[in-house]
Design a protein around this ligand. Structure first.
Ligand SMILES: [Zn+2]
Length: 278
């Protein structure tokens, strides 16, 4: 908040005034008007109007937003495979999705990164980008350590924008939900626009470091990549299906990338609404 109301008490003028009682009340009235009007003018002229409704724990609205969607989601593939969404809008059946008018930035944690891990992440993200039409930007490596509760806005680390989607190879000690044989976790954080429409602003993927390293050492890079694609599917808004031929099968499913149902769901998620007010 900008400080800028500099109103001095007219002490010297009052001291030399020949009629203090006659000038005091009009002077105080003018002072009262100024005290009210100057902060109101500053409030209206402040450069942070775009944050209105989001609170202070958010970047200025519309960072990196273009006028139109950056990519083109593929036409809905045919097939029998189904899909479900992680979250629906409060009013209706539309899913919560990322804003297609801005790129989805992602960063990979250098903490616990196994050999070949960064390439694997990049390949998996490229596949999910193609299937959704959403454009991704690789922000490279970060030294942000995995924690269960991640702040979606970290200006000291990532600047004045929503924090990028965070992908980390972690241990159950760092992320307790990885305990018990869970190989990966993924999801995103929504924010509500003024009209209540929810839009994902950032997300996280946590991969069990030891399990993924074992897959890579065993020459099963396809399986390791499929785990990451599945978790990025959660980040983009897909939930599980019972069909084991789909990437979004809870038990792991396809290792050949997204199947027909996954692709239809991703094509829907690539058609989210552009919200420069977030
Ligand atoms: Zn899952």
């Amino acid at each position: 908040m900008r400080q800028g109301s500099y109103i001095r008490a007219p002490g010297r003028h009052r001291a030399t005034s020949p009629h203090p009682s006659r000038l005091l009340w009009p002077g105080m009235a003018v002072l009262a008007v100024l005290v009210l009007a100057v902060p109101m003018w500053l409030w209206q002229a402040r450069p942070f109007d775009s944050r209105h409704g989001l609170g202070v724990d958010a970047p200025p609205a519309g960072i990196g937003a273009a006028q139109a969607p950056l990519g083109a989601p593929p036409t809905m593939p045919r097939g029998q495979g189904g899909y479900t969404f992680m979250r629906l809008q409060p009013s209706g059946t539309d899913p919560v999705a990322y804003d297609p008018c801005r790129p989805v930035h992602f960063t990979t944690s250098s903490v616990g990164l196994p050999p070949g891990g960064e390439v694997l992440v990049r390949d998996a993200v490229a596949t999910m980008s193609l299937a959704s039409g959403l454009q991704f930007i690789d922000d490279g490596l970060t030294d942000e350590a995995p924690t269960p509760e991640r702040d979606p806005y970290q200006p000291d680390r990532y600047g004045d924008r929503w924090a990028p989607v965070y992908i980390a190879f972690a241990t159950p000690e760092q992320i307790p939900r990885l305990a018990g044989g869970t190989v990966g976790l993924g999801g995103s954080t929504p924010r509500a626009a003024r009209d209540g429409v929810l839009v994902y602003v950032t997300g996280s993927v946590w991969l069990d470091r030891d399990a993924m390293t074992d897959l890579l050492r065993a020459g099963r890079a396809d399986s390791a990549r499929a785990v990451i694609e599945h978790e990025v599917g959660h980040v983009l808004g897909l939930n599980h299906v019972a069909d084991s031929s789909q990437l979004m099968s809870e038990s792991g499913g396809s290792v050949d990338g997204p199947a027909d149902g996954d692709r239809r769901g991703l094509a829907v998620l690539g058609r989210g609404v552009c919200r420069p007010d977030l």
